[in-house]
Design a protein around this ligand. Structure first.
Ligand SMILES: C[S@@+](CC[C@H](N)C(=O)[O-])C[C@H]1O[C@@H](n2cnc3c(N)ncnc32)[C@H](O)[C@@H]1O
Length: 305
């Protein structure tokens, strides 16, 4: 819990567990995240190891954690592939990751070597990530060097800067100014796994703030959820039962593809692709047993003109 009274995002940990569990096991050659496991704490790695070994544990609580991570792998594999490929095709020199959570791209994508990365996230989640990066650096350095001051895991992007922002209350533009982002140069914006957790007004406010810093040659890669009766019922059920890590972070806005395209057009962003994750999972041959957020999840790419 940080001073704002909000705890670090648990869904950010879950998607990181999903990537760690899928690394080397799903869609190999297109998907890889060897850094995700380094950001997890010991207890968080247990269900990851169990999913990797396909050994479901006994006991309701352990089994729920296992099933959450297993189901999450189905979502994060196509989502990561779609986004990594979109980013590789759009190396603008500036990448701003909105609601970064435990995103590992600045630590794993060699294509970002000439790119400055800004990670924007809720202060509680960002504080938690930075502590994890320091812990990961100690693990990578080894116990013999443990007395050196806690540095963060070395990035492979040209630079990584952190901007703490609560999209519900803070001024995104001011935070990016303070962190040295250049609004006059093209920027690639990434918004993955965040839109559903924001209200429609918060989505619009965030888009207005980023559009004010978006020049031609820029692009936005956005992952969002389309409405689905099954997905909404599933989320409602887990909230009522309080049985899932997602229960504390309800979905607040869902967008049909046409609505998302119309919204982005208001901010001079033209959608050039918008792919359903389920179709991509089928193309990749990655597991798709039908988790609802896989069925309604999409990744759109919009360009500034
Ligand atoms: C499911 S996680 C996704 C993290 C990361 N983008 C990924 O896909 O691995 C949701 C993220 O949205 C962030 N988030 C949710 N509401 C937010 C808000 N009001 N302000 C800032 N960040 C927020 C959380 O802190 C968390 O990091």
């Amino acid at each position: 819990m940080n001073e704002s009274g909000r705890a670090a995002s648990r869904t950010a940990v879950l998607v990181c567990q999903g990537r760690a569990a899928a690394d080397g096991r799903a869609a190999t050659g297109r998907f890889a995240d060897p850094v995700a496991g380094l950001l997890l704490r010991v207890a968080e790695r247990t269900p990851v190891d169990e999913v990797r070994a396909s050994t479901p544990p006994k006991g309701w609580q352990a089994r729920t954690a296992y099933e959450s991570v297993r189901a999450c792998t189905e979502v994060v594999v196509p989502r990561t592939v779609a986004i990594d490929e979109a980013l590789r095709a759009r190396a603008t020199g500036q990448l701003v990751i909105l609601g970064a959570g435990l995103d590992t791209r600045a630590w794993r994508l060699p294509e970002l070597a000439q790119t400055d990365v800004w990670e924007v996230d809720h202060p509680a989640s960002q504080q938690d990530k930075r502590a994890r990066l320091a812990e990961a650096a100690r693990v990578v350095r080894g116990p013999g060097e443990g007395n050196r001051p806690a540095a963060e895991l070395p990035n492979i992007a040209r630079s990584v800067r952190f901007a703490p922002v609560d999209f519900a209350v803070d001024d995104l533009g001011a935070a990016l100014d303070a962190a040295g982002h250049d609004p006059s140069a093209p920027t690639t914006w990434l918004w993955e796994g965040v839109v559903p957790y924001l209200t429609r007004d918060e989505v619009r406010a965030t888009l207005a703030a980023l559009a004010a810093r978006t020049v031609p040659g820029s692009a936005l890669v956005v992952n969002y959820q389309a409405p689905s009766v099954k997905a909404s019922a599933g989320r409602l059920l887990t909230r009522v039962l309080g049985s899932s890590v997602t229960s504390g972070e309800p979905w607040r806005s869902l967008w049909r593809p046409q609505q998302m395209a119309a919204l982005l057009a208001e901010y001079s962003l033209r959608v050039v692709s918008d792919e359903p994750l389920l179709a991509l999972a089928h193309t990749l041959g990655s597991p798709a047993r039908g988790r609802t957020s896989l069925q309604s999840g999409r990744v759109a790419v919009a360009e500034s003109h």
